[in-house]
Ligand binder design. Structure first.
Ligand SMILES: [Fe+2]
Ligand SMILES: [Fe+2]
Length: 204
């Protein structure tokens, strides 16, 4: 999906759906991390006023997603619990930081592109959850939540690429070439994580 180079392991969705309380709690944390990540980029990009406004809007939207997932957790009496260790995001950020960059591409632009990749992976997994729930006709409420969130995350992927291009003086080709290079690393990381350890929607 989008620029992803490696599909999620087919065993991921059945494992994730076998423990819905855990999937949803992890998902809630991912939405919160996405909001925090977008806000943390604002002070790093103050020379681009429009970019900071869009990031603020995006953070607000991620918080609304966080609240939507929390509402369902509350309704079901399922605990949020503390966030689990996110090896995927840590490894992805470290690998991207280590990848040599053209001079025009600063660390903040790279962070926008890493955020785009995380949105792409989230979208892919939302789709897997929706399809698996459809196939078994299970839990229409959870399916409705993921169906509602899917288009926003797809839009966020495009938004992050747009913002990176804007920070590169409108050079979309440079942003796209860089995200492709980062996507190759992301694919290696996803393939390298042991089966079943990337449980979450890896959203931030
Ligand atoms: Fe979200
Ligand atoms: Fe998002």
């Amino acid at each position: 999906m989008f620029c992803l180079t490696t599909p999620t392991d087919p065993e991921w969705a059945p494992l994730a759906l076998a423990d819905l309380p855990r999937l949803l709690a992890d998902h809630a944390h991912c939405e919160l991390k996405a909001a925090v990540n977008a806000m943390s980029l604002v002070p790093r990009l103050t020379e681009f006023t429009r970019v900071t406004r869009v990031l603020s809007e995006l953070a607000r939207e991620e918080l609304q997603h966080y609240e939507a997932v929390l509402l369902l957790l509350e309704k079901r009496g399922w605990p949020l619990g503390p966030p689990e260790k996110d090896r995927y995001a840590v490894e992805l950020r470290e690998a991207c930081q280590a990848l040599p960059r053209a001079r025009d591409i600063g660390p903040a632009v790279d962070r926008l592109l890493v955020a785009a990749l995380i949105e792409a992976r989230s979208c892919e997994r939302f789709k897997l959850v929706i399809e698996a729930l459809e196939a078994t006709d299970a839990d229409p409420e959870v399916r409705a939540l993921y169906t509602e969130l899917f288009p926003s995350e797809a839009r966020h992927y495009v938004t992050f690429i747009d913002l990176a291009a804007e920070c590169l003086g409108g050079n979309r080709g440079l942003a796209e070439a860089r995200v492709e290079a980062l996507a190759a690393l992301e694919g290696i990381i996803v393939a390298g994580l042991a089966r079943g350890t990337v449980r979450g929607v890896v959203h931030g």
